[in-house]
Design a protein around this ligand. Structure first.
Ligand SMILES: [Zn+2]
Length: 408
């Protein structure tokens, strides 16, 4: 395959680790379909030999389109507290006040911007999921329903002026068009403004062999080394870095327009730490695959030993339930079943809309297993007036995943 690096455009040929075909991390097989198997998609992590950006290049899985839609950031108390502390820090560091403007990308339900609002600091959220943005609006947080990109940054600036602070937490790794996304910051950021971007640090992933954090929705695995050229190409520079413990080790980079602010010694310290760990050398990445394989063999050996010595092995896992006609209220399976049936069978768009809103669901994922379980044909789903197909992977008649937007 001839993939191009989404950082520098070079041809990608070096594999950092090949985890083989894997099911989508957030997919959920309902118990009655457990015997039918599920869709597996290759999970191969490439590293760019030139800029060292670590990235996936697979057929876009459906979860990418809507995974964030069913999740509200406010459900995590520790994350809301993280946001509150950040807001205090940023307000003080940048001297923000009633005359400032803060814009958050992927602002979700307002978990973060609410703390600026309480300080009387004007905010705007940009959030692609309409149902989640509506919750933010109800809380008094102005929100635009949009995917962020260069053109959106330009438009927001024209309509409501530049931003003194822009925030993007745990969104950069999910972005396909890295330059177009970062370019939106360049457009919207005030001349002396700051942007902060938080992302899981690749250095920690590699040091702690956190290969379980590699999944289909997570397109890039980020280091300062690989990101600085992307920022530079868009006229932005990293002027400070905070190291955080969230998500197994996170970097928060502070960005400014190039030449507008001095650089903190923290930036060089992280550059040096990455260099010392060998992130500048291609071999460091390609050896990672061997480390992962060694872990796999060790675990298998251990399991085999346990079984042969007569021990029993139990497994426990917790997965977010987002895919399928599944809802994030799994505790009430009867209610979920009723909503599933309504979404799949009903032609009453009002009732469907009410059910979808009640469950915070905007998309319906249809697989052959689901249809078989309900005794339905894909043609029947296609005919529903309240469902608009937005994605199809595979072929109807064979293995496929179709995604429908609930339009009522
Ligand atoms: Zn590259």
């Amino acid at each position: 395959m001839d993939h191009k690096c989404r950082g520098c455009g070079a041809a990608l040929s070096d594999v950092m680790v090949d985890l083989g075909p894997q099911p989508l991390a957030n997919s959920y097989v309902i118990p009655q379909n457990a015997h039918r198997g599920e869709l597996f998609i290759p999970l191969t992590v490439y590293v760019c030999a030139l800029c060292k950006l670590v990235q996936l290049h697979h057929e876009v899985p459906p979860s990418d389109i809507f995974s964030e839609y069913a999740y509200q950031s406010s459900w995590s108390d520790s994350w809301v507290e993280h946001a509150r502390r950040y807001v205090d820090l940023a307000t003080e560091r940048l001297g923000l006040n009633e005359g400032s403007k803060v814009v958050e990308i992927a602002s979700n339900d307002g978990y973060l911007l609410q703390w600026f609002v309480r300080k009387g600091i004007p905010v705007l959220g940009i959030e692609p999921a309409a149902n989640i943005a509506a919750i933010a609006e109800e809380r008094g947080i102005p929100s635009r329903v949009e995917f962020f990109e260069r053109a959106v940054g330009r438009q927001v600036r024209e309509e409501s002026g530049p931003a003194d602070l822009m925030v993007a937490n745990n969104v950069l790794a999910h972005v396909h068009e890295l330059h177009d996304f970062v370019g939106g910051f360049t457009e919207l950021l005030a001349p002396n403004g700051r942007a902060t971007i938080e992302f899981p640090h690749l250095l920690k992933l590699m040091e702690q062999v956190e290969f379980d954090t590699i999944y289909h929705e997570h397109f890039s695995y980020l280091s300062l080394l690989a990101l600085e050229p992307v920022f530079a190409a868009e006229g932005l520079s990293v002027v400070d870095v905070d190291e955080l413990s969230t998500h197994g080790g996170t970097l928060r980079v502070w960005l400014a327009h190039t030449g507008s602010a001095p650089e903190s010694p923290n930036v060089e310290r992280i550059r040096q730490a990455e260099a010392a760990a060998g992130l500048g050398d291609l071999a460091t990445y390609t050896q990672f695959g061997a480390t992962v394989a060694a872990h796999k063999r060790e675990i298998l050996r251990h399991l085999i030993d346990l079984v042969e010595s007569g021990k029993r092995v139990a497994a426990y896992g917790a997965r977010r339930i987002l895919l399928g006609a599944s809802f994030h209220a799994p505790s009430n399976s009867a209610e979920r079943e009723r909503a599933e049936d309504l979404l799949l069978r009903s032609d009453d768009s009002g009732a469907v809309g009410a059910a979808a809103r009640a469950h915070g669901v905007r998309y319906l994922v249809v697989t052959p297993a689901l249809l078989a379980g309900k005794g339905l044909e894909l043609e029947q789903i296609e005919a529903r007036r309240h469902l608009r197909r937005v994605h199809l992977t595979g072929r109807p008649g064979a293995e496929f995943v179709a995604i429908y937007e609930i339009t009522s």
